[in-house]
Write a protein that binds this ligand. Structure first.
Ligand SMILES: Nc1ncnc2c1ncn2[C@@H]1O[C@H](COP(=O)(O)OP(=O)(O)O)[C@@H](O)[C@H]1O
Ligand SMILES: O=c1ccn([C@@H]2O[C@H](COP(=O)(O)OP(=O)(O)O)[C@@H](O)[C@H]2O)c(=O)[nH]1
Ligand SMILES: [Mg+2]
Length: 238
């Protein structure tokens, strides 16, 4: 069972922290104080889990790399884990390839087992899960199998034409970075992924980031969210 994250070690009183009146900090106090322990992953300590969502090409991977290097998070890209699995001699390789080529969503059990392995071997207990959950079905399966909800959700909001331009300029030789698959991915994003964003929005967990502008301009918006977290951490030993 994961230890409760922070409640044992508040070095100043909850009342005093609340008097700071910063909505992000208040939200995080509640997050850190809630008991979400479970045996879904093999750790004695509950990791701090951030889901990073946004349409295809919205810049999730680019921003996650910066968050990981500056704030010490482990970065698990669900798409990257699936591409590695697809290229290894795995029994699911062919299935994953076909689903990705069609811009559809790989069965939850496959993706979650890769994510779970990633969490268990991560060297940080602060985890970014990039590009997952992709659907309500993914979300519900994750919460059931891993046994926790995310502590935080970052959502990159980006106009479609900008996402398409970025994907077509990505040049990583991906089987899904072509106009025909991009159209399907955009539709899957709207139909299946946006309900996940709406679900967590209704729980007050989503930080929406405008994902237009330069990488550094966007990161400055992201940095502010994670800086509040670090600010909170100064008061909590976890
Ligand atoms: N702010 C930005 N402006 C222009 N290009 C960007 C920006 N952010 C990322 N890119 C580029 O756009 C492409 C898609 O970004 P990526 O981080 O892979 O997005 P995602 O993981 O959401 O699909 C990459 O080639 C990346 O280098
Ligand atoms: O949890 C996931 C993540 C990705 N994918 C598949 O992998 C593709 C690429 O995902 P990735 O996150 O790498 O794409 P991005 O949004 O970064 O362009 C998606 O279109 C899906 O087909 C999936 O099925 N489940
Ligand atoms: Mg990506």
């Amino acid at each position: 069972m994961w230890r409760r994250f922070a409640h044992l070690s508040l070095s100043i009183s909850r009342t005093k922290l609340q008097s700071l009146q910063d909505p992000t900090v208040l939200k995080l106090i509640n997050t850190f104080s809630s008991d979400a322990g479970n045996d879904g992953v093999a750790s004695s300590r509950k990791p701090f889990i951030t889901f990073v969502l946004g349409g295809p090409g919205s810049g999730k991977g680019t921003q996650c790399e910066k968050i990981a290097s500056i704030f010490g998070f482990a970065h698990l890209s669900a798409g990257e884990l699936l591409r590695e699995e697809m290229s290894s001699p795995s029994e699911n390789g062919e299935l994953i390839r076909n689903v990705i080529k069609e811009g559809k969503i790989v069965p939850s059990a496959i993706t979650i087992s890769l994510i779970k392995r990633g969490i268990n071997s991560a060297t940080s207990d602060k985890i970014l899960i990039d590009g997952f959950p992709r659907s309500e079905e993914n979300r519900i399966a994750f919460e059931k199998i891993i046994g926790v909800e995310p502590d935080l959700v970052i959502f990159f909001e980006c106009p479609e034409e900008e996402m398409v331009k970025r994907i077509l300029g990505r040049n990583q030789g991906r089987i899904d970075d072509n106009m025909e698959t991009i159209r399907k991915r955009l539709k899957v994003f709207e139909d299946l992924n946006m309900p996940v964003v709406e679900h967590y929005s209704s729980k007050g967990k989503v930080h929406k980031i405008t994902a237009t502008g330069t990488v550094d301009e966007i990161f400055e918006r992201v940095r502010q969210v994670f800086a509040s977290l670090r600010y909170l951490k100064a008061f909590l030993s976890f």
